[in-house]
Unconditional design. Structure first.
Length: 68
């Protein structure tokens, strides 16, 4: 599922490492999903699920690294 919709292949972890010592405000993941849902009429169901999956994965990574 993920390989077909992931725009940066394996590089997103490297991109997140470049953030450094920034502390970002934590936004509930459900609010991010609500934003994605607003575009459902313009995206395929598959694309929406891919976006949500990647958001969840990156969000978890940022929490683990203490960035948010």
């Amino acid at each position: 599922m993920i390989d077909e919709c992931k725009p940066f292949a394996q590089s997103h972890y490297k991109q997140l490492e470049l953030i450094g010592d920034v502390r970002l405000q934590r936004v509930p993941l459900s609010e991010l999903f609500e934003v994605v849902d607003k575009y459902k009429d313009y995206l395929s169901d598959y694309r929406v699920e891919c976006i949500k999956y990647l958001l969840q994965k990156r969000y978890k990574y940022l929490v683990e690294k203490g960035i948010i």
